[in-house]
Design a protein around this ligand. Sequence first.
Ligand code: ARG
Length: 575
Amino acid sequence: MIFFNIVAKYEELCYYICMNLKKCLADSITFKLENVDFENLIVESISPDKGDYCLPCFSLAKLMKKSPVEIANIISASIEKTDLIERVEILNGYINFFLNKTYVSKMILENFNLADLKLNDGKNEIVLIDYGSPNLAKFLHIGHLKSSIIGESLARLFEQCGYVVKRLNYVGDYGTPFGKIIGGMLKWGSMEEVKQKGNEVLQDYYIRFNQEEKDNPELTQFARDIFKKIELRDKEIYPIYQTIVDIALADAKRMFDLLGVKFDDYRGEMYYNQFAPQVIKMLEDKHLLVESQGAKIVDLSPYDLTPAVILKNDGTTLYTTRDICAVIERYKEYHFNKMIYVTAIQQNLNFQQLFKIMELAGYEFAHDMEHVSYGMMSLPDGKISSRRGKQAVLVDLMDYALNEANNIIKDRKFEIEDPKEVAKKVARAVLNFSVLKVDRNKDCVFDVKTAFSFEGETAPYMQYTYTRIESILRKHEESKIKANYTCFNLDAFELVKYINDFASSIRQSLIKRDPSIMVKRLLDICKTFNKFYTATKILDGDDDIRNAKINLIKALRDVLALGFNLICIDTLKEM
Ligand code: ARG
């Protein structure tokens, strides 16, 4: 981070302030200990009476052969006072640093620049993210919501950290289910009906086919034969298949659109399956394929993995086979530095097998492949009626969310300019937030009852907080007088520190591949802001005092808008 607008002697210090307050404090300690970097020992204090940061001396006791209390005395005596430090206190083996709030706030806020939060860690490396990826033979379900939103949030985090991202939706458009849909249509429906009623009726054929199959086992072969014809591009069947896939994909795209997710590429299993013969040959050439009961498999027992079937005895490929094809083609096309798959935890084995096979086949990029998995999300029983029995279908969930969002917008006292658009953004925010607020790998129940509330840890609460800031800034009139930060209380200063730390919140979320870290930080910011807002009349006071508060909330607006975008929540000007 470079600040052009500051006096030279502060340049270095400022660099530290905005990058790393801990380092700045560590540098003020003149006492040196070999192999000890005080920066790594300094942590945030747990409560304001213990300062802003502290250095616990316990871990040094063994090294220095002294008690933590003695060590704290020695170190604190060596601390050089800088403008940054207001005072230092020692307490029970801790050195507590109290920052000079006025000085630090001024430095951070007057040098804040949103553009600096566009990080360059990735150095334009190419990251492919495979997410969303629904099976088009079925309605999108709640699991696809998770994949879509976690994937999209990661895509935005990667971009923010300086990577070039390609968003890949690897649609499931391959396999016997399509034979069943077409079989159902040939038996009980027609192409006219499909064109008229769309995806709904395709699902009906599929469900009825599955039911009738139970008493009528020959239907299974019927569906397989139809799928074979699809594979062979049969003149009659293949166009039907294409129409069906188009209809289902258009439906899925509508849903992604409502969720605010856009992909660069929709090539799926059928597209990549054409490369299967080359892949089989490659695996054979590398002596990785063995025969087992007529099928061709890769034996992964030395790696404690079950064997991966690559080709069934009837000559058809498997999910893993097609993933091998896809990754090889994707590498040829994009030369990716990372290939990330976002799916449910249930697919762990598939990806372990895939990564191992690529490694055994000698592809360097095998080490750049990564599976980002997630836990299950379910709905409370009976809360949302599903048109498909037990399965939580995404359209139903979206309908429900839109309806609830419309209701809360209707209840607002003032006129909203475009209530429909606002409701859409609230509904989307509630769904996306419900996915991202929980630790990625945890199972959770979507708490439908409280999700739409303006209070508590909810999406509307966050969106509403943002509109408060926007509304203050609309009322504020610029004044050129210098800002005076002496009025900042603990909450204001907490907010300043959040702003200063925001780059590290972004990095942490990306490194852990877990947007819930970002969600938690944004909730902290919103809560602290609302406390500050309730206790302080922001637009009151002399110009210099008001300007300080305005500088704070301008930076907050930028940070929140950026953060919301990273977790796929739209900001609203009013709600
Ligand atoms: N279609 C799969 C599903 O719905 C997810 C595909 C994930 N991507 C992949 N390359 N295997 O579960």
